[in-house]
Unconditional design. Structure first.
Length: 526
């Protein structure tokens, strides 16, 4: 076929051109196979992994936003494929990819390894390299044996250049004791050459990372991304979030509703001080994603930041709804350390338009009626591109006009139909392709609530669940639950309701708001 740019080839491949796919393979195969070989240390397996990476890429081409970035996207995919292979077939090597060694910025001086890789010790050095954990073996091989620059390796692995420099430097330091065994005759010289320079405070940037939960912050720390970590993770889609209150008063309301956090997790009052002490960090980086849980926390946090930090303090946002090679992406917590680290350089400074939209959305979310929130999602929400879909999914938690059930309630009743289901088995199936974040505690609460209505819509049997499961019991549909699920009875009419959704308090006898799935908006039922 006629040669074209990578972007043109991707566009043709999306339209079904086999020739375009073949040309993309021809252009990228050698590099992709080399990355796989460096990661799994097996040239034969690397060929299969490279092919699998191309298959995944072509299957998910529609997820690639910028066709010109196909190469970088493909490199991320082959890293994910290789890590999956290591996890399944070489768990000891896979562990090396997730170790929690610090990764800080290091000296960018030319590598001393170049001074000792002479013909007489090449094989012994190669053997020492093979003994390194994959996390370090890959970048040092690409740098010293394949001759790639730090910048090229950073582009290949989608990591910050500073992280690559650090990994290469740490790999050199780890080689010292290994080379003492593989090449004892040259170990003294190597020890001297590999002496690592200390990192000066001026060489580091002080970050404060605020993320959507401890799973993400632990991965940030394990990835060696420099800086301190904190969280901001209030399940705002559950319970009262009334307007007209100060921040301190709202904290009181949320704490009364949620109760004390499980030990040793810090409570919500501990989330604010690290951010307020802005003199101790140079840049605040927010790590969030596309779901309801995160988007509600994001509009709250941005509103709070604008009120409590100087306007000159740099604040950046990482917010994603997809990740290359993960077609079923659900959130940051499922990414590996290297995948998460690759996002650091994608952060963008927050703008006045984002702060203003967050403020309006936060105010609308806390209104005593839902009209303002429903109107906002139908306007221009482009500064926060995931917000409209998240608000829509939140509004679907109102009782539906068809049966009085929320979308989440209906999903659990559907799973409990027939012979019933253990909650720990239901938990992963509660995700129905939407952006609602369901936690184990919220699922427990939902099962308790639906089994406590009068009449009960579920039975919740707590016997027989192993003690190590956090989500306990088996739920089974009752006759009343079956009739509501079938739409022959209305959940509100037979069971009543007392539920907060943001600033709206739904109570039997009061004004009732419902989600009309035909008109795709909130309506008042009277």
């Amino acid at each position: 076929m006629k040669p074209g740019t990578v972007a043109e080839l991707v566009d043709d491949a999306r339209k079904g051109s086999a020739e375009a796919r073949d040309e993309l393979v021809r252009r990228h195969y050698r590099e992709i196979a080399a990355i796989a070989a460096a990661m799994v240390n097996d040239a034969t397996e690397a060929e299969d992994l490279a092919q699998e990476a191309f298959i995944r890429a072509f299957r998910n081409l529609d997820l690639l936003v910028d066709p010109g970035r196909f190469g970088a996207w493909l490199r991320r995919i082959v890293i994910g494929v290789s890590i999956d292979w290591l996890r399944a077939f070489r768990p000891s090597l896979y562990h090396g990819w997730s170790d929690a060694d610090d990764v800080g910025l290091s000296s960018h001086e030319p590598s001393p390894l170049e001074l000792v890789l002479r013909a007489e010790i090449v094989e012994r050095v190669r053997a020492a390299l093979d003994a390194l954990p994959p996390r370090y073996r890959v970048p040092i091989r690409l740098y010293h044996l394949d001759g790639l620059s730090h910048a090229k390796i950073a582009a290949t692995l989608d990591l910050p250049v500073g992280t690559v420099r650090s990994l290469v430097a740490r790999a050199r330091r780890k080689l010292i004791p290994l080379l003492a065994g593989f090449a004892p005759d040259v170990a003294p010289q190597i020890n001297e050459l590999f002496e690592e320079q200390a990192v000066t405070p001026a060489a580091t940037t002080r970050f404060l990372h605020v993320a959507n939960g401890s799973s993400t912050t632990m991965t940030i720390e394990a990835a060696g991304i420099p800086g301190a970590c904190s969280i901001w993770a209030d399940p705002l889609h559950e319970g009262p979030v009334p307007g007209g209150l100060s921040d301190a008063e709202l904290l009181d309301v949320r704490e009364r509703y949620l109760g004390p956090p499980p030990a040793p997790a810090p409570g919500m009052r501990h989330w604010r001080p690290p951010i307020e002490r802005h003199e101790f960090y140079e840049e605040l980086i927010l790590w969030f994603e596309h779901d309801v849980f995160d988007q509600l926390n994001l509009i709250h946090l941005l509103t709070w930041i604008r009120d409590h930090l100087p306007a000159t303090k740099p604040v950046s946002l990482i917010c994603i709804g997809e990740f290359p090679g993960r077609p079923d992406f659900k959130g940051l917590g499922e990414l590996t350390t290297d995948e998460l680290a690759s996002l650091l350089e994608t952060r963008q400074p927050l703008t006045d338009r984002q702060y203003e939209l967050a403020r309006r959305a936060w105010q609308a979310f806390r209104e005593p009626t839902p009209e303002a929130l429903d109107d906002l999602r139908q306007g221009d929400t482009s500064p926060l591109p995931f917000l409209a879909a998240a608000i829509t999914r939140f509004l679907q938690e109102y009782p539906w006009t068809s049966d009085g059930l929320s979308r989440t309630e209906r999903r659990l009743l559907e799973l409990a139909d027939g012979d019933g289901i253990a909650l720990w088995k239901a938990f992963p199936r509660m995700y129905d392709g939407t952006v609602l974040h369901t936690t184990d505690s919220s699922l427990n609460s939902l099962a308790t609530s639906l089994s406590s209505t009068s009449p009960a819509l579920l039975t919740h049997d707590l016997s027989g669940t192993p003690d190590h499961y956090d989500i306990r019991g088996t739920v089974t549909l009752t006759d009343a639950g079956r009739s509501v699920l079938a739409g022959t009875q209305d959940r509100i009419a037979i069971c009543g309701i007392d539920r907060w959704l943001g600033g709206v308090h739904l109570q039997a006898g009061g004004r009732m708001w419902r989600w009309d799935n035909t008109r795709h908006r909130i309506i008042s039922s009277r």
